[in-house]
Design a protein around this ligand. Sequence first.
Ligand code: SAM
Ligand code: DTB
Ligand code: SF4
Length: 326
Amino acid sequence: MTQKIRNGESLVLLRHDWSRAELRALFELPLPELIFRAQTVHRQFFDPAEVQVSTLLSIKTGGCPEDCAYCPQSAHFDTGVEASKLASVEAALAAARAAQAAGATRFCMGAAWRAPKDHDLDGVCAMVEGVRALGMESCVTLGMLTDAQAVRLGAAGLDYYNHNLDTSPEFYGEIITTRTYQDRLDTLAHIRDAGIKLCCGGIVGMGEALEDRVGLIAMLATLPVHPESVPINMLVQVEGTPLAGSRTLDPIDFVRMIAVARIAMPASMVRLSAGRQEMSDETQALCFLAGANSIFSGEKLLTTANPEHERDRRLFDRLGLVAMPL
Ligand code: SAM
Ligand code: DTB
Ligand code: SF4
């Protein structure tokens, strides 16, 4: 299937037939050539000075039955994260108003569930409606969904659902054993069928090979429709998780990952996601040059630290970046 999208006056065809060999060849380009190609496509679809700003809130923390080896919220590992119940609608909306006042245009709510129960969705749908009533975009990430649950969230007006493929199909089994790659693909299909936009990406720095980074982008870029938002997370190493102590990824390899995602999915928002707290301003600048155009702002991601507003404000000022309007 070919995806056609309108870009100003012209109709553009997006490619969905990327081969691993082509993507691998992009990763292996000299960095100046790779960045040039990423910038060229970035400018066909976006103003390169604009960065979309989202804020995250954990609406249900910890105690998760899944065993994702990177995750501080899994009940399988002792990470010191305390489990909580689902937050109240009022508490979530107070956080959304604060995020909006601080400049965010999208509010993303995350729950440490394998999958939500139907009655959990009552509260979540009320949160989505409240966030939209503020004039912000809404996003939730709740684990696996049935088709009926996706339809319910769509009816509440949900804009985006975040559900990551995380890594290549081959490496996946090293990281998660409690649900399959196919489970994730099924949830993605339910979200699409319900007319909700997809936020889907993965994590690097988990000890994967280059071929796994190639494989992840190949999976994302050959979906029938590219995810509108592609979060690229650098592993945040959390004491107590099996991946704590992994060899850290060369920041330049992270930049390459961003650039290849940009080239393969040119009309999508590529999000420089988890891991910014540990990154230098210069690495982040290279990510923006490589086509990243979305970040999480606010001093917390779900359970781990994210740069303070003041640091991000200074970074945007230094680089001449502005928040993307809705
Ligand atoms: N439980 C839901 C799920 O897994 O679909 C939603 C929340 S989960 C925390 C969302 C995503 O956060 C994961 O898919 C993973 O890509 C990312 N993530 C979790 N822990 C991370 C870490 N330590 N470093 C980087 N990314 C992480
Ligand atoms: C995504 O890809 N990254 C965000 C969001 N989707 C939900 C989560 C990052 C979590 C980092 C670890 C933590 O703070 O618990
Ligand atoms: Fe649970 Fe999501 Fe963490 Fe996996 S990533 S352990 S599903 S909260």
